[in-house]
Structure formats: structure tokens, C-alpha cells
Ligand binder design. Structure first.
Ligand SMILES: Cc1ncc(COP(=O)(O)O)c(C=O)c1O
Length: 347
């Protein structure tokens, strides 16, 4: 029985082309700037998102943390969404390690933060207040149904940031999902931000790594922040080699994941006992509710598990997240829907 793991796109395994690239990778000491594969990867990553320079990091969490540590000094404040990954799921790194104060404002269901809410959160000049330094956005927005934030919205937040002398960071863990869903060049989504981090180890299927991009000056400082975190890796080209394949070969196919999630969402919508909002389906992440009282959450999960289907309960007591990715085929969607129908009918 094939395991159909819909918990996350982080479960993806490297392609055979990636394994071959890893095997063949030319290596050197990256802390000395001498790993040719890392140097090639960083150059191509920066070009891809339209920035001057890039820095390979171990994870998305490290990428976001390196950016907040580089942009902000101790006691400064970051405005970010209350449903953002940086606030909810990164172990409070910015305050734990950077003494940076998170200022939370509401994320709307489409992943945006209202401009007036951002503006209202900016501190005035008063000795009682921390100093606002940075605004963070997330695109696509994991907890907000994988919503893709359009370029025009990012541009308006950037204009607001500039008006107030603030910086803008984009957690673009899945920025290529956003670009593919919105049918724009990724540069449209990154043009107006001071820094962006994106992940290689999610929909792009590389085994490890993320990358931070920004101006040359910013990346030079970010390199120091990464070193502080113990993230200066030596022959790191061995993993960046897969990242090169990820960026070159795995972006276009993300639309298959989006089509599969839509197929799955439309199927879930037809199953009695499950509830989903089809209007919010945009990229490779959906959430749905178990509304049937006939089966409890744990039984639903266990019985699906016995049929080889893995889901994550997330975002509410009877709410599940489903993420499609490389390795999940159209026929797996049909198998998953059939399994859900059977579990509910047999309860
Ligand atoms: C939006 C977002 N940002 C950052 C991260 C962190 O990435 P990592 O798990 O590589 O630390 C994730 C992980 O799922 C994410 O969804």
C-alpha cells in the first residue's frame, strides 16, 4: 500500500536528478567563501528573485531569524501577522535570541494585514515605546489557506513602510507557489521587499535548505548573523547542489500540486460530514472541517492512516490541513477521497 502523506510539502524526497547533482557537486569551505556550488547557487537564487545577493541557510526558520537579527537591534519592534509562521511556529526566536519585540496585528483570511492595522501599530516617538523597525509579510500564507498575496498588496505595504522609514521582510517559504498561482514572475512579488527568504525543502523538494536574498550590504551583515547562529556550514554545496535543481527544475510543476489540491477540495466539498470553503483554495494548502458527529477526530485520522492516508489536525479541534506536493499524483487524490468517504460511511 502506497503511503499518501498529505501532512506537509516538507515530506518531499529529493528527485534522482538532485541525488546525482549531490553526488557530482564540487565542494569547498563555504565559511571561506570557497564552495563553488554554494557560490553558484547563491548567485542564481539572487538573480531569480531580482536581488543583489543571497545567503544559503539551513532552514526557513533560520532564514527568517537571520533577517530579523540583521534588520533589528535589541529592543526594536517587528510588526507581523498574528497567524504568521514567524510568530506562531518559530519558537519565538527573534525575542529569545535577538531581544526583538514582536507586535502582532490581525491577519485577514486572505493572509494580508490591513494597511490601517499596520499603520496603527507603528510606534510614535515616545520614551515608553520600543522603536518600530520592521514589517513582515508571509507569501503564500500557510495558516491562511495557503493564500497568495498579490504584488499590488506587497507594493502598498512597501510604500507604507517607506513613508515611515521602516524595512519590509517577506517570509517567502512558498513564494514560488504564489508566483505560479498568480501567474506572475516571482520578481513582481519580491521587488518591493528589503529581504526575502524562500525554502528549497518544501514544494521544491530539495532535502535541506533555504535562502535569504537582499542587497549586497544586507547579505554581508546577514552572513554575520548566520555565523552567530552556528549556521556557517563548510562543504554546504553538497546540499545546495539539490537546491540548484530545485530552483531550475521544480518551479513550473507546482501548478500540478495546485490542480491536485483543487481536485481534492472539490471532492471534499461533496462528502457529507466534511466542510470546506472552496472560495479560498488557491495554492497547494487547504484546510477542512470534520462536521460529522458520527466519528471523532482521532478515529477519523487513525482509520485514514490504516488506509495509508496521512493528514494533520491543525488550526482547530476538528480542522485538518492538507498539502499537496511532488510525489502526490492525481490518482492519489482519488484514493484519498475514496478513503475519506469510506471512513465516514462506515462510522
Ligand atoms: C510560511 C513558513 N515559513 C517558514 C517556515 C519554516 O521553515 P523550516 O521548517 O525550514 O524551518 C515554514 C515551515 O513550514 C513555513 O510554512
Amino acid at each position: 500500500m502506497k503511503s499518501i502523506d498529505l501532512r506537509s510539502d516538507t515530506v518531499t524526497l529529493p528527485t534522482s536528478e538532485m541525488r546525482e547533482a549531490i553526488y557530482q557537486a564540487e565542494l569547498g569551505d563555504d565559511v571561506f567563501g570557497e564552495d563553488p556550488t554554494i557560490n553558484r547557487f547563491e548567485k542564481m537564487a539572487a538573480e531569480r528573485v531580482g536581488k543583489e545577493a543571497a545567503l544559503f541557510v539551513a532552514s526557513g526558520t533560520m532564514g527568517n531569524l537571520v533577517c530579523s537579527l540583521t534588520h533589528c537591534a535589541r529592543g526594536e519592534e517587528v510588526i507581523l501577522g498574528d497567524k504568521s509562521h514567524m510568530f506562531l511556529n518559530e519558537a519565538g526566536g527573534m525575542s529569545t535570541l535577538g531581544g526583538i519585540h514582536p507586535h502582532i496585528v490581525a491577519n485577514q483570511p486572505d493572509g494580508t494585514i490591513r494597511l490601517e492595522d499596520i499603520e496603527g501599530a507603528i510606534r510614535g516617538s515616545n520614551v515608553h515605546y520600543p522603536r518600530t523597525r520592521l514589517i513582515c509579510l508571509e507569501n503564500t500564507h500557510n495558516s491562511c489557506n495557503g493564500a497568495a498575496l498579490p504584488a499590488v498588496y506587497i507594493e502598498s505595504v512597501s510604500a507604507l513602510a517607506k513613508r515611515h522609514g521602516l524595512l519590509l521582510h517577506l517570509d517567502g517559504a512558498r513564494i514560488f507557489n504564489a508566483a505560479v498561482a498568480l501567474e506572475v514572475d516571482v520578481k513582481e512579488l519580491t521587488r518591493n521587499v528589503d529581504s526575502v527568504s524562500f525554502c528549497l525543502s518544501k514544494g521544491l523538494s530539495a532535502p535541506v535548505g533555504s535562502v535569504v536574498c537582499g542587497s549586497s550590504e544586507f547579505i554581508a551583515e546577514a552572513r554575520r548573523s548566520r555565523k552567530v547562529l552556528g549556521g556557517g556550514m563548510r562543504q554546504a554545496g553538497i546540499i545546495a547542489a539539490a537546491g540548484i535543481v530545485a530552483v531550475e527544475r521544480m518551479v513550473e510543476r507546482l501548478k500540478e500540486d495546485h490542480a491536485n489540491v483543487r481536485r481534492l477540495a472539490e471532492g471534499i466539498d461533496k462528502i457529507e460530514g466534511l466542510s470546506i470553503d472552496l472560495a479560498v483554495v488557491q495554492t497547494n494548502i487547504i484546510y477542512f472541517e470534520l462536521v460529522s458527529e458520527k466519528v471523532d477526530v482521532q478515529t477519523f485520522l487513525t482509520q485514514l492512516g490504516e488506509k495509508g492516508i496521512k493528514l494533520l489536525r491543525l488550526g482547530g479541534p476538528r480542522r485538518f490541513r492538507v498539502v499537496t506536493h511532488y510525489g502526490i499524483e492525481a490518482e492519489d487524490i482519488e484514493i484519498s477521497l475514496k478513503a475519506m468517504r469510506e471512513v465516514l460511511e462506515e462510522s
